[in-house]
Every structure is written in C-alpha cells, then in structure tokens.
Design a protein around this ligand. Structure first.
Ligand code: NZQ
Ligand code: ZN
Length: 393
C-alpha cells in the first residue's frame, strides 16, 4: 500500500425523507441567501424544484436561480453563476441535479473566491484554496461528484474539457434520495452505470501491491452494480435497485477505494478529449474506450484481467490459461455493456477518423508529461491505436 492522507468533509444524507427533515437546518448553517443551480428542467417536471423551493420559502431564504446548466457543463454558465453570487452576496450554492449541475456549482463556488479567471483551476495555473459553501441534491447516479472535490468543465472556445480537484470544492452536504432518480431515462441510466463501473476500473487496475481490501471492495462494487443494472433498466421505478446504484456511484469515487492505491485514469483522460471535441455523453464515451484500452494494455498484465473474469464475472477458470481468462474477462465487460445497450464504437456517435490523431495528441498532453495512465503509461501513439480500435466493432 502507498502512504496516504484521507479527508472527506461531505455530510451525506441518504434515503427518502431526509430532504424534508434536514435541508432547512443544513442551509441555515450557512446563511439566508442561496443560489439554486439546476439543469434543463428535469427537476421541474419531477416536482423536486417545487419541493425545494417550498422548504426554502418556508424558511425565509432568499433564492436566486441559475437554470440551464448543460450536460458537459460550459465555462460560460459558470461565469454567469459567479456574477450572480458576487452581485447578490450569496451565502450558499445549492446544486440540484446530476454531475454536470454539481460540477458547475463547484466551479462557481471556487470562482467566486478567486480573483482571476476560474478556468485557471482547470489549466493548473491555480488551485481553489477557498470556496463558497456548496450543498447538493443528487438526481442521477453516476459521477460521485456529490461526495468528492472534483469538477469537470468544458470550454467551448478552446475545445477543452478539463477537471480540477480541491478540498475546498467538496460539498458541505449532499442529499441522495434514490426516489429522485426514478425518472432518469434509460440512456442516462446506462451512461451512469458505465461511468460508475469505469471509476472502479480506474482504481482497480493498479500496480500497487498489498491492497487486498481495496481490490475486494472494487470487485464488490462491480458485482453490485452488475446485479442491479438490468433490473433497473427493465423497471426504472425499481427503488431498491436505484438505491443500490446510487450508493455504488458515491462509493466508487469518494476516495475510499483508492486509499493507498495508485489509480490509472487514462480512459477518463481520453474520453474527456472525445467529449470536448464532439460533446458526447461521458458514460457513452467510456463504454467505447474502456474495453479497447483493456485489449491494448492486457499483454503482460493478464493476471489482473484474469482475476476480473473470475471474481467479477464468475467465469470458470477450469482448463483455461491465464491469457484465455484475461481475454474472457475483457469480452465479458464488452458483452455486459452490449446487453445494457451502451454504445460500442465512435461511429455510434457519427465520429469518424478525421480528428483521431489530433485527439490523441491532445489527450497525451493532458497530464503535461507526454503520457497518461499509471497501470500502463500511454504515449500519443498508444492513444491513437486505442482510438482507432474504437472505430471498429
Ligand atoms: O438538465 P436536466 O434537465 O436536469 O436533465 C439531465 C441531463 O439532461 C438528466 N437528468 C438528471 N437527473 C434526472 C434527469 N432526467 C430525468 N430525471 C432525473 N432525475 O440527465 C442528463 C444528464 O445529466 P448530467 O448531469 O450531465 O449527467 P452525469 O451525472 O452523468 O454528469 C456527467 C458530467 O459529469 C462529469 C462528466 O464528464 C460530465 O461532464 N464527471 C464528473 C466527475 C466528478 N465531478 O467527479 C467525474 C466523472 O468521471 C465525470 O467526468
Ligand atoms: Zn467518469
């Protein structure tokens, strides 16, 4: 295990009835002027908007609103939010939505307290040292943003989608009620499942040794997600299935399974470039990239993929070599993604080979060292090979 420091300051309220009981108290800890950040309107059609405004209204909280946060949230929306907070001396930002809404709210929270351009956080020119308090009400299980300090923002002007992480950006509190996810449409549910599995993969594929508990936590998460995915897709109102997925998505990216482990994160770096160039859903891009990354890096690392096959997909090891098991494990990931209806090739999003080389160069430069990834360091040429594999079925 590697030495590590762990600190996660987010107070989590899980399950039904928590908003009604505790939202007012949590909000009032920070003041009486709130910026409500939300997306394209799902919270209005589900009734959550009315519920939240009802609670804040009864508590005499002044509410400013920033609607219209886009999936793959834009820097321009973040700047709008920063202006509203500064003009109105907002005390707390309340993000109600999925990862995009929460990530935009984090950027606003950090940006308000920073004199320069908030994009500096994402280009590593600066780090968010301070932020306005942020609370969230999660409506989509996927990113883990409700309990981490990461924010991912797209800058349309520079065609970049980048992330930043800071302790100051963790939500002070998050309400996670599975009932608020019952209306998530099938495609977004699939993207969320792929995203949470990908977060586990990024931390599971590691060279760090003596991490038995971390490996087994990863495998349990993957098994739990797989067990509940199809029942939820068949019956979107399956509360207990949604509940399991919600808990897994939070646990997959709140820092717990990566304690003492060097994670990989190359597939996320590649996917963020694809999303930046083509504005595709994050989970959709990961469903295409991850199985091809696995095929590209498996050589010499068969033992880990063989372990995935046996421990997660229950593939019978009898009579199979380690290499055969490894490939069976990778094939099982792809088959599972096919079975839940996740995309398979870049062509599913109308993406051809035109910008493959440019995207590979952009992804390789992402970490400033010319390579990305830790389980296997990927050069520009590796990334280009993986992206080319993503063009074919
Ligand atoms: O905008 P509204 O109308 O709310 O509709 C949203 C949006 O169209 C809809 N939706 C959300 N909850 C719903 C619902 N529709 C019906 N009922 C509900 N209860 O779903 C659509 C997608 O929402 P979005 O927030 O974009 O999805 P997700 O949570 O998957 O977030 C994706 C973003 O998070 C980033 C991704 O790159 C992407 O930009 N990530 C953030 C991470 C983090 N902060 O730690 C890590 C991830 O790896 C990821 O990169
Ligand atoms: Zn992700």
């Amino acid at each position: 295990m590697n030495p590590f420091r762990f600190q996660n300051p987010t107070a989590l309220y899980y399950g039904s009835g928590q908003i009604e009981q505790h939202l007012e108290t949590e909000v009032k800890k920070y003041g009486d002027r709130v910026l409500l950040v939300y997306g394209g309107g799902s919270i209005k059609s589900t009734g959550l908007y009315d519920k939240v405004l009802g609670i804040l209204g009864k508590a005499s909280i002044t509410v400013y609103e920033l609607p219209g946060i886009e999936p793959n949230p834009r820097l321009s929306s973040v700047n709008k939010g920063i202006s509203i907070c500064r003009e109105n001396q907002v005390d707390l930002i309340l993000a109600v939505g999925g990862g995009s809404v929460i990530d935009a709210a984090k950027a606003i929270a950090g940006g308000v307290k920073y004199e320069g351009n908030v994009w500096d956080f994402y280009t590593r020119r600066a780090r968010a040292e301070d932020a306005l308090p942020l609370g969230t009400i999660l409506t989509l299980s996927a990113t883990g943003s409700e309990m981490n300090g990461t924010s991912v923002i797209s800058n349309l002007e520079t065609e970049e989608k980048r992330s930043t992480s800071a302790l100051a950006l963790y939500p002070r509190f998050s309400f996670c009620d599975p009932a608020n996810t019952l209306t998530v449409p099938k495609n977004q549910t699939v993207y969320g499942i792929v995203d949470m599995m990908s977060h586990v993969f990024e931390q599971y594929f590691t060279h760090t040794e003596h991490v038995m508990l971390q490996e087994q936590m990863c495998e349990s998460l993957l098994r739990t997600i797989i067990a509940h995915a199809k029942p939820v897709l068949e019956d979107p109102a399956n509360y207990h299935g949604r509940e399991a997925l919600m808990y897994c998505s939070t646990m997959a990216l709140n820092g717990i399974i990566s304690m003492g482990v060097e994670p990989d994160w190359a597939c996320h770096a590649i996917e963020h470039v694809i999303s930046a160039y083509y504005d595709i859903p994050h989970g959709g891009g990961l469903a295409i990239v991850f199985p091809n990354w696995m095929k590209h890096v498996a050589s010499g690392k068969e033992a880990k993929f063989a372990r995935l096959a046996v421990q997660v997909f229950d593939i019978d090891a009898k009579g199979k070599s380690e290499q055969q098991l490894a490939f069976a494990g990778i094939a099982a990931v792809r088959s599972f993604f096919d079975e839940i209806g996740a995309p398979r090739t870049l062509g599913d999003y109308g993406i051809g080979e035109e910008r493959i080389e440019e995207m590979a160069a952009e992804a390789a430069k992402g970490w400033g060292a010319g390579t990305i990834g830790n389980f296997q360091k990927l050069t520009k040429s590796d990334i280009e090979s993986i992206l080319r594999m993503c063009l074919t079925k």
